[in-house]
Design a binder for this molecule. Sequence first.
Ligand code: TYD
Length: 148
Amino acid sequence: MALSDCRIVGFPKIEDPRGNLTFIEGGNHLDYDIKRVYYIYDVPGGAARGGHAHRETQELLVAMSGSFDVVLFDGNVEQKFHLNRSHYGLYVPAMTWRHLENFSSGSVCMVLASLPYDEADYYRELDEFLVAAKAPAASQSVANRLAA
Ligand code: TYD
């Protein structure tokens, strides 16, 4: 999948003096039905997550609290996104390598996934992903940077 298919998506924000409200409807605000929700939290300072790609699963990443960076890599092009608002999400199509880093203290990353968890859906080795993506082999420095 080309990196150009990755994008920041905005969601409705109902502003209210009692506090704001945002909602996300699968099949409406997202092109897919949401089959799984998971979240990453209590991330120690300096830790990284991700370091893999999915064969089929599409995901939307939302910074529910705090902030973090998401580095996406389609095998050719790499782009870093900074997430820090809970009414925006980053859409990550299948066949996109992701690396999450620079988590602020207390940050929470919520992920809305198009499929249930299946370890067979993962590429956990960058070399294997690059072959499947018909991309050139990565240098050791790129591989080190994109590992979790
Ligand atoms: P992983 O997807 O590698 O984490 P990251 O968010 O850093 O990409 O998952 C870490 C572990 O959690 C791994 O052993 C698989 C397990 N896991 C589940 O059991 N269900 C899930 O929905 C997810 C996302 C992970």
